[in-house]
Design a protein around this ligand. Structure first.
Ligand SMILES: [Mn+2]
Length: 399
């Protein structure tokens, strides 16, 4: 059988902005490409919608896209309510849709409209001619429970080709270590394909002789992450007879540029200059659709300069005809950094609190326009003793 494997459509992403139709347009384009591939059914690994409770406008666009999908249900795939589906599609619920077990999710709403079959801690078997494909699915669960739930459910491959759908974080793909997250080594054995959603970039990783772990990634660009900007948006086509797995990039997607700028001891003017230079270099590359430009800033401002002087809005406005620019600004002020370090040293040396507060006080007050012969030491002592009326008198007297 031929199967299209998707994840993370995030329908309704950026709704209410210029980019509001991207999630729908790119998914429609993907469905058109699938039509030519003559697939038997579609798999989707969660996060079909971006918001837990989308607006009617988002539903309207989503249902319009699904109504236009032209893939005949030749395999007689039915929903859990035993109704024949309009699209032969199997899916799980992602973290973006989960509302608690007492509530219906958007994916279950699509199921009751006969657009897909939901599998949660369950499996469904598709038969066509001599072939059997078993699709097992577990909707996205909180990472700290994932291992226990998976162990308890203990999905066991059956006769035929076996696919497992998940929507979880995996240690191997995230920069931060967390004991709570699943690791590839926790995955059950014996499956042909384990398809995961949740992480928005493409991955194919052979786990052993038999099993391949795959992530299709999102069909629309969602995050200011280099890894997401580096891989194409698309879906897999799996042929269970040949075990062939091909990634298909979606055509006409909006291009994403990504710039990582590490600025060592800079000024606000220099920062703006460097960003402008980088943007000017990209303007040369003409694109059909106005591209996204994601800029990540790191580094440190020279002493005496402040973050509020870096006017990023000005840059966004200046280049708004060329790019949709979004910034992630991790530049630090010296002041801020020093204060953080001082606080750290207070933590380590609580006995010295008096001296540290005194030195912070002197430093701050020396930057004001109080006259040079002002007796900081005495003023500090008055404040330290909590005599505010005397402190006020002391200042008024000095004026
Ligand atoms: Mn997602």
């Amino acid at each position: 059988m031929k199967i299209a494997i998707f994840s993370d459509w995030h329908l309704g992403l950026n709704f209410g902005t210029d980019l509001e139709m991207d999630s729908f347009v790119q998914l429609s384009e993907a469905f058109m490409q699938i039509k030519e591939e003559n697939v038997d059914f579609i798999i989707t690994c969660g996060d079909l919608f971006d918001k837990t409770m989308p607006t009617h406008e988002v539903y309207y666009e989503a249902i319009s896209v699904l109504n236009n999908v032209d893939i005949e249900n030749k395999i007689n795939l039915k929903s859990r309510q035993e109704r024949k589906l309009k699209i032969p599609m199997i899916g799980i619920i992602g973290n973006h849709e989960f509302r608690g077990k007492d509530f219906k999710s958007t994916v279950e709403l699509l199921e009751v409209m006969n657009f897909l079959r939901v599998v949660h801690a369950d499996s469904v078997t598709i038969e066509k001619e001599e072939e059997k494909v078993n699709v097992f699915g577990l909707s996205g669960v909180p990472d700290r429970f994932a291992k226990d739930i998976l162990d308890k459910w203990n999905p066991t491959p059956k006769e035929g080709y076996n696919i497992l759908l998940l929507h979880q974080s995996f240690k191997e793909y995230l920069p931060f270590e967390s004991e709570e997250m699943l690791s590839l080594s926790n995955l059950p054995k014996g499956f042909d394909i384990i398809a995961n959603g949740h992480l928005h970039w493409k991955v194919i990783e052979p786990l052993d002789e038999k099993t391949r772990f795959i992530m299709s990634g999102s069909t629309v660009s969602t995050q200011n992450k280099k890894i997401e900007s580096d891989t194409e948006k698309g879906f897999f086509i799996l042929d269970t007879k040949t075990n062939n797995l091909d990634f298909h990039a979606i055509k006409n997607t909006r291009k994403v540029f990504y710039k990582d700028l590490d600025l060592k001891l800079t000024t606000p003017e220099k920062t703006i200059e460097i960003i402008t230079l980088e943007i000017e270099k990209l303007i040369e590359k003409k694109e059909d659709k106005k591209p996204l430009l994601r800029i990540r800033l790191k580094g440190e401002l020279l002493k005496g300069y402040f973050l509020k002087s870096i006017n990023l809005k000005e840059i966004e406005d200046k280049y708004k005809d060329y790019f949709y620019i979004s910034f992630s600004n991790k530049i630090q002020e010296q002041k801020l950094k020093e204060s953080v370090e001082k606080l750290k040293s207070i933590e380590q040396n609580k006995g010295n609190l008096f001296e540290i507060s005194k030195s912070i006080f002197f430093e701050q007050i020396s930057q004001t326009n109080i006259s040079k012969d002002f007796d900081y030491q005495r003023f500090f002592d008055i404040l330290y003793n909590g005599d505010l009326s005397k402190a006020k008198e002391f200042i008024l007297d000095k004026k």
